[in-house]
Design a protein around this ligand. Sequence first.
Ligand code: HEC
Length: 113
Amino acid sequence: MMAVCTECHSTTWAEGHFTELDKVVADYNKVWEYTDGLLEDAYEKGLISKDNPIDETAEIYHYLVWHHSGRRWRMGASMMGPDYAHWNGAVDTIMINLGAMINDLELREAVLR
Ligand code: HEC
């Protein structure tokens, strides 16, 4: 990939892009590990079941954190779209999808208690 980029850009410029991209992916991965941990805890506590992996609210939001807004966060950064990566990616991932997943699990826990 660097060979392609350096056809037009300096090595420093192209490396800078990939360094920044790696940092964005590292940030995303922290959120993903947290989200995945929440789902595993919910299975262990019996808040949701593994019968169908994508039928319960928490499972759907878990999927969206990876594949929907999470993909926009990672791919937005890889395609040099900071506004898209931030608002459609990071903000939707954390404030909408992860937030709704946490709310759903807290509600289930409160009801079952
Ligand atoms: C064919 C020449 C060419 C190649 C190959 C190329 N670029 Fe560019 N790149 C440009 C030009 C021209 C611009 C400026 C476009 C503009 O300002 O509208 C640009 C802009 C950019 C920007 C700034 C984007 C922004 O929104 O400010 C980054 C970062 C970048 N390129 C990284 C890369 C990387 C990484 C690669 C390899 C995957 C790459 N480029 C391959 C020509 C190229």
